[in-house]
Design a binder for this molecule. Structure first.
Ligand SMILES: [Zn+2]
Length: 241
């Protein structure tokens, strides 16, 4: 390890470590790092997490049922993990059985949202948190999981109302995190590296879905702005189409 003449000075990396590993280091770190750094790292202190309220929602118009805490991991996205993917799923079961599964601590899986055939959206995990939906840790950490009620082999399960509601939801997510609307950033569970699931399957109309997401995004009036932090619970969504 080399050092310049005059001796190495503590850099940002050392500051971060002080915040991470030394309780009293926070004071020193605050003096050095400034408010921006603290804003990003204060939640790393033991016992500190972003204040949140039971039932608080990320997508206007959704209902809330809490998934079992065993089925997701507490986080503070997008501050700790960048959110830049949406993973599309199909439940292979009914709405209530999917809700019940995510509430079951032994299920070991969940998604942020479940979209029903009538357009109803149930949120079960906050977007702040990491839902276990993609069976891939890094994909879970960077993505929002959207389940659609139905069976991959039944095209008729994917109704107009479902596409419309899911597209508005996806557009809202894309707008709030600055996610581009394309097939790299909006992908199926079957496309997740290592996936052994086939959803959403051959009947999911990707062309239609992405077009509807773009339309909903345009109707919402704001283009993706890149890395903008969402406001918890109060973000406006696109108006009904
Ligand atoms: Zn899936």
């Amino acid at each position: 390890m080399g050092s310049k003449a005059g001796g190495a000075r503590p850099g940002p990396r050392r500051t971060r470590r002080a915040v991470l590993f030394g309780g009293l280091g926070l004071v020193a770190a605050a003096a050095v790092a400034g408010r921006d750094e603290i804003a990003r790292t204060w939640w790393l202190l033991p016992g500190v997490s972003v204040p949140r309220k039971e039932g608080e929602l990320d997508h206007a118009g959704a209902s809330w049922t809490a998934a079992s805490p065993a089925n997701w991991r507490l986080a503070d996205r997008p501050h700790d993990y960048r959110v830049d993917r949406i993973v599309v799923h199909v439940t292979q079961g009914g709405f209530q059985s999917s809700v019940d599964a995510f509430r079951d601590p032994w299920h070991r899986a969940s998604a942020h949202y479940i979209v029903r055939q009538d357009g109803h959206i149930e949120q079960m995990v906050r977007e702040l948190d990491v839902a276990f939906h993609a069976a891939n840790r890094s994909m879970n950490e960077r993505s929002i999981g959207i389940e659609h009620v139905g069976y991959v082999e039944r095209r008729k399960d994917f109704t107009d109302a479902m596409y419309a509601a899911s597209a508005r939801l996806a557009a809202d997510v894309c707008r709030r995190y600055g996610i581009p609307v394309d097939r790299k950033h909006i992908l199926g569970h079957s496309e997740v590296p290592g996936a052994d699931h086939t959803d959403p399957g051959p009947h999911w109309d990707w062309e239609r879905y992405l077009r509807m997401v773009r339309e909903a995004l345009a109707a919402g009036g704001a283009a993706p702005s890149g890395g903008t932090a969402p406001s918890a619970g109060t973000a406006p969504s696109a108006p009904p189409a």
